[in-house]
Design a protein around this ligand. Sequence first.
Ligand code: ANZ
Ligand code: ZN
Length: 871
Amino acid sequence: DSRYTPATIEEKWQKTWVELGLDKTPTDSNKPKFYALSMFPYPSGSLHMGHVRNYTITDVIARLKRMQGYRVLHPMGWDAFGLPAENAAIDRGVPPAKWTYQNIAQMRQQLQRLGLSIDWDSEVATCSPDYYKWTQWIFLQFLQAGLAYQKEAAVNWDPIDQTVLANEQVDSEGRSWRSGAIVERKLLRQWFLKITDYAEELLNDLDKLTGWPERVKLMQANWIGKSSGAYLEFPIVGSSEKIAVYTTRPDTVYGVSYVVLAPEHPLTKQVTSKTQQAVVDSFIKEVTNQSELERTAEDKPKRGVATGGKAINPFTGEEVPIWIADYVLYEYGTGAVMGVPAHDVRDFKFAQRYDLPIDFVIAAPDDVAGFDLTPASQTQEVTQVVQIEYNEAYTEPGILINSGAFTGMSSTDAKQAIVKYAAEQGFGKERIQYRLRDWLISRQRYWGAPIPVIHCPNCGIVPVPDKDLPVTLPEEVEFTGRGGSPLAQLSSWVNVPCPSCGTPAKRETDTMDTFIDSSWYFLRFTDAKNEEQVFESAKTNDWMPVNQYVGGIEHAILHLLYSRFFTKVLRDRGLLNFDEPFERLLTQGMVQGLTYLNPNKGGKDKWIPSHLVDPNDPRDPQTGEPLQRLYATMSKSKGNGVAPEEVIGKYGIDTARMFILFKAPPEKDLEWDEADVEGQFRFLNRVWRLVTDYVASGVKPQTISGELSKSEKDLRRAIHTAIKSVTEDVQDEYQFNTAVSELMKLSNALTDASGKHSPVYAEGIQTLVLLLAPFAPHIADELWHLLGKGESVHTQTWPAFDTAALVADEITLVIQVNGKKRADIQVPAQADKAELEKYARESEVVQRHLEGKEIKKVIVVPGKLVNFVVG
Ligand code: ANZ
Ligand code: ZN
């Protein structure tokens, strides 16, 4: 029986590959290297389609590169620290380690069932002590370099999970990404990494990343958020202190109508008058409980209170009131702003709300024509006041008006002149500012890498000596879910002698943000089992950078930015010799499932799980109402997921892979469609039949020799076109979908071929199997075996195309008369201009059309057409 039975074939070949050691990373080879990496998964317990898509894409590239003669590193591991394990411990009493390792075992098995060409020998799990030992060691490198520090900070506090959250873990409504609780603000002593020291390089080096999507680079650039401006000092009336404001628009300084401090600003106390004390206090209390996102949300009214204090505009000598407001953030710039309602949208609304003056000092060039814009210092008189008003903030650059000595200048010139003047007078300075803040890495949680320091009453912060690493997580902890970190409650673990002076001291009980674990795992993969060192630099420098990184767009900012940061710091510590970790990046789209929605229901109830719905007559099983159908990202909450095992059980993994690759370009979302899955299954069956029929015909392979017939030449052209297109589509363009189409075209050409005994046909069959290998690796290997070739198709050399075979013998020549197409004819491809004209003239159609007419002109476009202009 020669039917295609994926289940048997796939199991057999997966075993064989393990026996042959095909996926092992070559160590001693002078082949060029290729590092193919998928973003490693969080071990949630089961694999979903998003994983399958991600790993399939990377696997195709890895397999192609091996056949192209590269030594390939294609590893896999587990991003295994994090909250869900700890919540499982709280909810169900399962120790986090046990829960995590069980999940890993289960998911590893599921992954292995996918037949991915992964080297499992270099597997890592970030929660294992032999990994986090080195995470801790790296932290101490940062500490030594002055790049890790503690400071008191207002943090996002999740009152349900009882933990600090990073800004990005708080959504736009001010809720925790995990628990959904409204996040509060709280002051705590926290550990930070000084990523801001690298802001400039992280921004500039984006230019080096030519293999990254523009979109991702733009997101990173915006996140870093470089702006150039100045800081200017406003003296406080009745005090020797000054308020420094940060502004990107020094050109608007003559339009300042108030100064605003962040409520947390230390000068707030001092400037507040007795009469304003009570309102100021209650306002501060209210604001400090809001998250940054709430405070700055664009659709929210900006609120503030006057402090009663006054400041002096150093340019005009004018006194302006000092306010505090929610929209001024303490952590950004200097935590103080000069309010220019006429030229800033937020300030405009604020001034309208609180009835503050709005003085226009910049105008559109067209609007100032005819006004006297002589600068004040030259006339020695107050410049004539130019009366121009707009009914909203004028935020464009323009011409300065009512601005003393700077009147008449363009915004651009004025920016420079004003900052220069301020610097000369000693009350200002140019300043570059980044939106990027230092990275808060402290977590008051158990399931993470303990921060390896000890707090000693005599010595202060003492790093745990290298020989005592790792600081392991104790197992005898209690998980109650309340009151911060379980580590802090375990005094036997917390209390230790100081490594430096021996005095009783305390361990740090914060653990590290899990983004730290994933900021260096790609380095560890290059030397995963090293027990002596974090990695051997020579090995890591050899394999790095990752040549192809594949993962979700959700990691476009943080994970990639942090990994880039770690790479640069470790480079500066002398451990690495390159600047950027990921050469090419592919961000794959989501996998969407058919989804049913009851428009009459609200909330989560509106999603009706697919398994409860008859696809031919979709109705709400409870109410009988008709349902809407749409495609949405597969998720538990929508009940629209397709389990990988289900598809694999029915069609085999090769079909699932072919479908995933064919259905959509990798960056685009992919709609899961059973009919198209079946289409790919049928295609593989066709290939199966083509090859098995050929084998059954018993043709002895011969080498191609002598003159080929026209149909042989055509078939050969189809074969080599397929080689060229598939190669270029995969390695250069990530166009797996068109690559699969090329395979289909080749299979059709073979089906239609007349001479199935020709050696060209044999070349075609063999090539089809070789080209299929990266896409559908199991069936390809079985067919290779049936063809009686070598041990495995995956150890074969990727076919090269023969340029000569690509050239067509004949081309189609279009014949026009007075620009109008009259016919097309087949002519030899190498015919020159004169010959083309001759062929055209001789053709029957043309002779008919030209009869009795005079040819005035003949236009020949080589390779395309001949046009006769007749009178
Ligand atoms: C006066 C001014 C006039 C401003 C004008 C803008 C337009 P970026 O580009 O994001 O750096 N700002 C400064 N520090 C702030 C803080 N801690 N919280 C809230 N806002 C702050 O933005 C810089 C601008 O944002 C600064 O320039 C300042 O307002 C405001 F017509 O100063 B500007
Ligand atoms: Zn000490």
